[in-house]
Design a protein around this ligand. Structure first.
Ligand SMILES: [Zn+2]
Ligand SMILES: [Zn+2]
Length: 669
């Protein structure tokens, strides 16, 4: 018996519900404490782990099954209790394991390949410093109200600011004050690769204090930043994406969540499936930091929270450069078609407006939600449509590469214009994507320079830069693109934005669809005439009486009516929602599991649910799926109800052999 041997519990970067115990060799006892990093062997593999408890072996554990730790890992920061508590609260809230949270916050995740090979020292960017901007009266007033909320009750504050109101200057002024007090700043954006301009502005203001954090950086750069954060000398400002919340920060005094409505803040896979905005609120609470959420089209969640008094609310409705004149035109394609007023994908009305803009030497942005040349191809004889072998979805045709490609799993096959079913020649290309629009525009305007900006182009950083620079310095006249063109750009000479086939941005399967469509259209509209000069915004659609499109055309972002719909149909933010996705390679197993879950869910008190539902694309990468939406009332018993759902999932994960996967998503987007 060795009852007094010191043992440690460690967190492993694996989907385990609890910690694992190891003995601590006597020689290492002084070198290891709670928060230390160690390496251990678990099921024959070595892992980097963090010590969460130091003491004697807990009762009930067989000492003969417990191994020694392998070694102590130096050169990594001690994980504080606050940090670990924060990880625990993430696991609790998002119904995942602590190990999954640890894995996503583990430095191995951030700079796997670099350890000890530090030859790739990257030069820090040099920013040209600029004098501090003078805030307008409206900006000063907004800033005073924000600070007032901060002082009063340390509430999160929602800044509802129209596009081009100059909210960035407010963020910067608040950041400067926070740094002045010796505390750090976390400035979150949905996708940093899109906001080089912001990086330049913050760099000009904060110089070396600015650190950039996002997934497109090299591991070596990430390691440098990680070390800087950990060394915690001078306070810093981090401009980063959601994963910046998981870094081991020291003292942070202010968190800014810019474009808080953006669904890119949501982590889809793997767990923890957190929302950057909501996690930022938890983070601020844990760090006693102030937090500011900003948007021109706030999420219904944040509007709701500010109406119920949970968040402070500050409005900024005055544009910094004065009111731009934006003419909005809604074009009914059915009518244009009947009048033979259409050329390919474009109505003649739009073509004429574009020609006028080009004649004035102004630039145009054309938005289409689908990339590729055509979203599907079809045999005109037997009607057959080539589909992905692993996903239940039609293949898109990419003319540039001459391939058919699946946008869900990346599968590609060479394009042959012969029907695979009946052998007939001459397939028809249907559903014009960005590539097709680019071609059509080039034919319509042979003298104009047309370029495309979508995932196919930005796959290469060089191509991405080429197109953006070209558009910025006026070499490109028309830029065709997907969602990517909506974010963070400020092009002074852009005077016209056109949305083609606006119908496709409204999907009936998503309860947030109307909100997202309105936000997207408002963002696009904001791109035209950024500097107070006149511009136009054109929406071309086959459903011109769809309410959301009419609202967007009228420039309305009507939170009240959107909230009312959510209330009536009991959707978030009026209830808490958890989605459960059952997935397996065999459809029969998915259905059997779904039946069992359905019968168990209907016995749980305090919950409502919908499902099993078959998603529009019900098979991806060879996995069949069905979905449940579980709704919990927002009241005192919500926590208990959530735990019952978690217990049900845990029970069902072991229901079949081999287990059927259940993906749990709290607050799905
Ligand atoms: Zn596929
Ligand atoms: Zn055929």
């Amino acid at each position: 018996m060795t009852p007094d041997r010191i043992c440690v519990d460690v967190l492993l970067p694996l989907r385990l519900t609890g910690e694992v115990s190891y003995f601590l060799p006597e020689a290492l006892q002084d070198a290891v404490d709670v928060g230390s990093w160690v390496t251990v062997t678990f099921h024959g593999r070595r892992y980097l782990a963090v010590v969460s408890r130091k003491g004697t072996l807990e009762e009930g554990i067989d000492p003969s099954a417990v191994r020694d730790i392998d070694e102590v890992k130096t050169g990594l920061p001690l994980i504080s209790k606050a940090q670990m508590d924060f990880w625990r609260s993430i696991a609790d809230y998002y119904l995942c394991t602590l190990g999954e949270v640890f894995k996503s916050a583990c430095p191995a995740q951030f700079f796997r390949q670099v350890e000890k090979k530090r030859s790739l020292r990257k030069k820090l960017p040099q920013y040209e410093s600029k004098p501090e901007a003078v805030l307008s009266a409206a900006q000063q007033e907004a800033m005073a109200s924000i600070e007032n909320f901060f002082h009063k009750g340390r509430k999160p504050v929602l800044l509802d600011a129209v596009t081009a109101a100059g909210k960035t200057e407010i963020y910067m002024a608040l950041a400067r004050k926070t740094l002045g007090k010796g505390r750090g700043v976390l400035y979150l954006v949905p996708e940093i690769a899109m906001s080089r301009q912001l990086e330049q502005r913050l760099g000009a203001a904060f110089g070396e204090k600015l650190l950039i954090w996002h997934s497109r950086q090299t591991p070596a750069v990430r390691k440098d930043i990680y070390d800087k954060i950990v060394s915690a000398g001078e306070p810093y400002i981090i401009l980063g994406t959601r994963s910046a919340l998981l870094l081991p920060h020291g003292d942070v005094g202010l968190v800014v969540v810019d474009e808080e409505h953006d669904s890119s803040y949501k982590q889809a896979d793997p767990a923890p499936r957190y929302h950057g905005r909501d996690l930022a609120v938890m983070f601020a609470r844990a760090h006693s930091a102030d937090i500011l959420l900003g948007s021109a089209t706030p999420s219904l969640e944040s509007v709701y929270n500010s109406r119920t008094g949970k968040y402070g609310y500050v409005e900024l409705k005055e544009r910094y450069y004065g009111e731009p004149e934006i003419r909005t035109v809604l074009i009914d394609m059915n009518r244009a078609w009947t009048a033979h007023d259409v050329k390919g994908s474009f109505s003649m009305k739009l073509v004429n407006m574009m020609r006028e803009a080009l004649d004035r030497k102004e630039q145009i942005m054309v938005f289409r939600s689908r990339r590729s040349y055509s979203s599907y191809v079809q045999c005109p004889h037997c009607g057959s449509v080539p589909r992905c072998p692993s996903c239940n979805v039609a293949l898109s045709y990419h003319k540039f590469k001459n391939v058919l490609s699946c946008h869900y799993c990346g599968y590609q096959t060479a394009y042959e214009p012969v029907c695979g079913d009946c052998g007939c020649e001459g397939l028809v290309l249907r559903g014009a994507g960005t590539e097709k629009l680019e071609e059509e525009l080039q034919q319509l305007f042979p003298d104009a320079v047309v370029a495309r900006f979508d995932a196919d182009v930005t796959a290469s950083a060089r191509e991405e830069k080429k197109v953006l620079d070209g558009f910025r310095n006026g070499d490109i006249d028309i830029m065709v693109g997907t969602q990517m063109i909506t974010k963070g750009f400020d092009f002074a000479n852009l005077s016209m934005v056109a949305v083609i086939n606006a119908d496709t941005i409204v999907s009936l399967q998503d309860f947030r669809s109307d909100e997202k469509a309105l936000q997207l259209l408002a963002q696009l509209k904001g791109r035209a005439a950024r500097r107070g000069s006149a511009g136009s915004f054109v929406i071309q659609t086959w459903q011109s009486d769809y309410p959301v499109l009419k609202d967007a055309a009228a420039g309305r972002y009507d939170c009240d009516s959107l909230l009312e719909q959510r209330r009536v149909f009991s959707f978030p933010p009026y209830v808490r929602m958890i989605s459960l996705t059952v997935r397996d390679r065999y459809e029969g197993r998915v259905f059997r599991m779904a039946d069992e879950i359905k019968s168990l869910l209907s016995k749980l008190p305090g919950i409502e649910f919908m499902g099993p539902m078959t998603p529009a694309v019900n098979k991806v990468q060879g996995y069949f799926m069905v979905v449940f939406w579980v709704k919990l009332a927002k009241n005192a018993s919500a926590k208990a109800a959530k735990q019952r759902v978690a217990a049900l999932v845990a029970q069902m994960r072991g229901y079949m052999k081999p287990p059927v996967d259940i993906v749990v998503d709290v607050d799905p987007y």
